[in-house]
Write a protein that binds this ligand. Structure first.
Ligand code: 26M
Length: 803
């Protein structure tokens, strides 16, 4: 299509006129963005086709990553970089008087996810393609992604997100590959040749239409596929109330559920899950059938991974296809199914574990329910043989109990691999949360510590640091992130450290400009940028952070001789719309920000900023500018965390608890290059088990704590008298379930140390460089290689060139 700048410009101008029907001069930014996007998608299309052909002819095993969320963010710049045409395009456009950054602004984030779990899926797609691994994503094409957050008077307000308003240039609709997904109705049992067969009749079907998005790798011709399903009314269905049917159908892929911890048990959510699963499984089998004759060998050629329990119906759905459509016997179908499916657990929080009441499940999915029931019967029988008489154990492990279907149990029983997402998380699964299953199937459990794609979170988001790294060690780290280790050779090179300082400074200037534009607040770019960005949750303890800021405020006010290294505290966080407590914390952060930023006495030393609508594209501006990374969850609660890795890779130092992947970060950088505080997971779990924590005592005995807790309710925030009673109650009346007060003193101490360490610029820069150099281990390339080797058993297929 184009192989140099001149050709690029020619094609671009020609396409612009053809697609927009406007002259170059008349065209808008959006016209230009859309032209470029379409051009690039077409640019990859021949490699896309070739990749699929290669996968078919090589007969290599392929993996499908099923996820209810893919938090992709923007794709234009990411694709340009992976294709290696970023510079040509940038220069070509620039000669036409177009700034590529301006065009990128027009692109909407594909926000088809809530947070960590959805972003992990997106990072995995990138690594799969970059490693030339045959792995594809299957998800839902939500019409509205995660809500847009506005802050009004310090309160969160939600607006519907509208990413498809101007179309999505990266997708290709493939209506001819649609699949009919049945709901409701009943199951007819027939006897045929002495065998029972089942037929789902009187069903209301919904058409699943695939939209394929190409996933391009870096420096390779591999183009994998992300298939997103959209729900449409079925053309085959006769319905008595067609308008109602249309409404209810389209609702299935209308919204992403905005909660990332609470299982609400809403029927629409279950519909979404089965919709994704049924369409994906049947399109996988359809493709397999075109290529192979023997369904008995499915697991040799296909792996299906389920991202948390949300797609766990893949297990009974695959059973259904093998039993009812392929006419296999139960034992054989079960063997194939368990060998095909693998499962990742992302949380041990009890309130997040999915359970579906039978009264919802059975009528909506009658045949699937029958199969789950049969799986449960057989499983319980097996338990009975192994643990005769142990009623309690069996009841606790059953897939169906107390009129509920337990999705995590189904996932463990129906798959050959169960993995946690960081070492400590996997250990907690094995020793505690899933201990009875671990005893039964020790061989299934394994750890795969999360990772992030360094191509988005360093190469794309931090071009200045990328240039510095390339000047130092070349560019092969882009494919082999472990090579970042070579940066350690520059630890004692003052010129290099100086440049590292400059890079951070420039990134802080850029973020400061964004802050000014969005909030009107002036921040001091020589201050420490101390940042906590993530979903808002009690366990993530944004409250600890903001109470500490209140403590600093009080300290400065009461003692005019108190000095500290100036700090800018930056927050970004969305609260689930129904999570009242989390919303109060947002309001508290904004009230503290008002108080602090308007008080001339403290203004020079602390600033507080809440950036609204935290999302992937904003994150890309934030991580490069961070000095301090806040990873302060109650130990044992954060399964892994991935923001921690993004900060580290951009040279920020972690203030963190011994939780999730923080522990592995600490092991990687050593105790001197990280700031650890607070209770250990053991201590937290011990408190939960044996009691012994009295938050009131910490309140009572520590004046610093008493003052800040009292300020929540004593009129300190003049305009909002009763606003924070609930927060105060959670800390005192409800005995502080997340140990905020327990860890408070330790947090003050470690934060003080941060301030002191930062003063020694040279030392700080060395620590920062060391963090960057050791961050290669947390690339999702490493993670995906481990999944490929240990769980999926897949190998690279494609290398350049594709012929
Ligand atoms: C469930 C039911 C109904 C509606 C929504 C949900 C739901 C959606 C997302 C539940 C959980 C969801 O995500 C959990 C999550 O994001 N977990 C995070 O996963 C990351 C990647 O492994 C980890 O790094 C984080 O520690 C973990 O909290």
């Amino acid at each position: 299509m184009f192989s140099n700048k001149t050709e690029f410009k020619e094609v671009f101008l020609q396409r612009l006129e053809m697609t927009c029907g406007k002259s170059f001069k008349e065209s808008s930014k959006r016209d230009r963005y859309q032209t470029l996007g379409n051009m690039i998608r077409e640019y990859v299309s021949s490699n896309w086709i070739k990749t699929n052909e290669k996968y078919r002819s090589a007969k290599e095993k392929q993996v499908y990553y099923l996820s209810i969320e893919f938090l992709l963010g923007k794709l234009l710049r990411h694709n340009l970089l992976n294709l290696g045409v970023d510079q040509v395009v940038q220069e070509g456009l620039s000669e036409l008087g177009i700034n590529l950054d301006d065009l990128e602004e027009v692109e909407a984030d594909a926000a088809l996810g809530n947070g960590g779990l959805g972003r992990l899926a997106a990072c995995f797609l990138d690594s799969l393609a970059c490693l030339n691994l045959p792995g594809h994503g299957c998800g839902i094409r939500y019409k509205h992604g995660l809500f847009e957050q506005k802050i009004v008077d310090g309160y969160q307000v939600e607006l519907p997100e509208q990413w498809l308003r101007n179309g999505h240039v990266w997708e290709v609709r493939k209506a001819d590959l649609s699949i009919e997904v049945p709901f409701w109705g009943k199951v007819e049992t027939l006897e045929k040749d002495g065998r029972l067969t089942f037929r789902h009749v009187d069903a209301e079907t919904i058409t699943a239409v695939p939209y394929d998005v190409p996933v391009v790798g870096y420096n390779t011709d591999t183009v994998n596929t992300l298939r997103l399903w959209s729900a449409e009314p079925s053309p085959y269905l006769v319905h008595k109330d067609i308008m109602k049917y249309k409404r209810e159908t389209e609702a299935v892929s209308d919204f992403l559920y905005p909660d990332d911890t609470h299982d609400e048990g809403k029927i629409l959510r279950l519909k979404q899950q089965y919709f994704l699963v049924s369409a994906s499984i049947r399109s996988i089998i359809r493709a397999y059938r075109k290529q192979f004759n023997r369904i008995e060998d499915l697991h040799e050629h296909v792996g299906i991974h389920i991202n948390d329990t949300h797609p766990v119906l893949a297990i009974p759905e695959l059973m259904r296809v093998l039993l009812d459509e392929e006419n296999l016997g139960w034992e054989e179908a079960w063997h194939i199914t368990t060998q095909t499916i693998s499962y990742t657990n992302h949380t041990t929080l009890a309130e997040a574990l999915e359970k579906w009441p039978i009264r919802i499940f059975q009528p909506l999915l009658p045949r699937i329910y029958m199969i789950v029931n049969e799986i449960n019967e057989r499983f319980c029988q097996q338990l009975w043989q192994k643990y005769p008489g142990e009623w309690n154990r069996i009841e606790n492990m059953a897939i169906i109990a107390h009129d509920q279907v337990k999705m995590a149990h189904l996932a463990i029983v129906g798959s050959h691999s169960v993995n946690g997402v960081a070492e400590i998380h996997t250990e907690i699964l094995k020793k505690r949360e899933m201990n009875s299953f671990y005893q039964l199937y020790p061989e299934k459990f394994n750890n795969k510590t999360n990772g992030i794609t360094h191509r988005r979170w360093l190469l794309k988001s931090n071009p200045k640091l990328t240039n510095l790294i390339c000047e130092g060690i070349g560019d092969s780290w882009i494919s082999k992130p472990d090579q970042l280790l070579e940066l350690e050779g520059y630890q004692d090179d003052p010129a290099f450290l100086d440049q590292l300082f400059m890079v951070k400074q420039e990134n802080k200037i850029k973020l400061a400009a964004r802050i000014k534009e969005q909030t009107g607040i002036n921040v001091d770019i020589t201050s420490i940028f101390d940042i906590q960005v993530k979903r808002l949750h009690a366990y993530k303890r944004q409250l600890l952070n903001i109470l500490h800021i209140m403590y600093l405020y009080n300290r400065i006010k009461e003692d005019s001789s108190f000095t500290m290294y100036p700090r800018t505290f930056i927050f970004g966080a969305k609260a689930s719309p129904g999570y009242y407590y989390a919303k109060k914390i947002i309001k508290l952060i904004n009230s503290v920000a008002d108080k602090v930023n308007n008080d001339p006495v403290v203004r020079g030393q602390i600033r507080v900023v809440f950036l609204e609508n935290y999302r992937v594209s904003l994150a890309e501006e934030i991580f490069p500018a961070a000095d301090v990374s806040e990873q302060i969850s109650t130990a044992s609660k954060e399964a892994s965390g991935t923001g921690n890795m993004k900060f580290m890779m951009n040279g920020a130092l972690t203030v963190g608890t011994l939780d999730g992947a923080n522990i592995e970060i600490k092991e990687m950088v050593g105790d001197d290059n990280i700031f650890i505080f607070g209770l250990t997971a053991e201590e937290v779990l011990d408190y939960y088990q044996n009691g012994g924590y009295r938050s009131f005592e910490y309140y009572h005995h520590d004046k610093r704590i008493r003052t800040v807790v009292d300020q929540l309710t004593n009129g300190f925030f003049e305009d909002v008298e009763d606003e924070f009673e609930m927060i105060s109650d959670s800390l005192i009346m409800e005995n502080d379930q997340y140990f905020v007060l327990r860890d408070f003193a330790s947090y003050i101490d470690v934060q003080k140390e941060v301030g002191l360490k930062y003063k020694d610029q040279n030392q700080w820069l060395k620590m920062s460089l060391l963090n960057i150099s050791r961050s290669g281990h947390f690339s999702s390339d490493r993670t995906i290689q481990q999944y490929a080797d240990d769980i999926w058993n897949i190998r690279p297929v494609n290398k350049r060139p594709l012929t």
